[in-house]
Design a protein. Sequence first.
Length: 258
Amino acid sequence: MTGPQPDGWVRTARDGAVLTVTLDRPDRLNAQTPATWAALAAVGAALDEDVRVVVVRGEGRSFSAGLDRSLFSADPGTAGGLGELGRLPAEEAQERIRRYQGGFRWLRSPGIVSVAAVQGHAIGAGAQLALACDLRVFTEDADLRLPEVTLGLVPDLTGTSTLTELVGYSRAMEICLTGRPVPAAEALALGLANAVVPADGLDEAVGTLVEAITAAPVGASRETAALVRSAVRNDPEAQDAAERAAQTRRLAELVGGG
């Protein structure tokens, strides 16, 4: 089942417990705009409890080349552009960015596991969209880059926290401050990519991963995903308590007591 494409060049397709979200602007290498982020946030807001896996893809030869170039205009009349945003009062500008971030944060919502299928370039906002997902499959020609600092900006679409979780403090600092590309082989070595496959093997690799995730009982899968997410922030005592509580719920359900 395929959903209509809203403003923002985002389309969705549902196959049982799997929702595929596709950036569909291949002529612009899936460059993103505020409308893209609003469309992504709307997809997240409309999730139902039967969705277990969300696959994020980019149509064409690149996952996403980042921010649409038109938005780099200093002209305050460019709707959604950096010039307009930079002239807003600080609180209003931050509130607008908070809404933009909402297009990314939902990809780690309770109940789902998100998978980014990354081919070609994942730059800036594209890199941050891939990083927002729980898992990433790269093609051999893929590379990820956060060039914001080279443009006088910062990554502001949730990328600093997700990158640091994945690669650690010093490597995240180096990647962000240099803006250099991280090619697929390095991404695999760093843990940014869960797998690297030939370009013509991306669909099969993602499908195999999704099948493995959905093969597990839904309750156990969701509880385990929640535990892994909390482990990066909890101290050992809190994480041990979270494991005890989750296992108690699982055992109660398995014996029919909950």
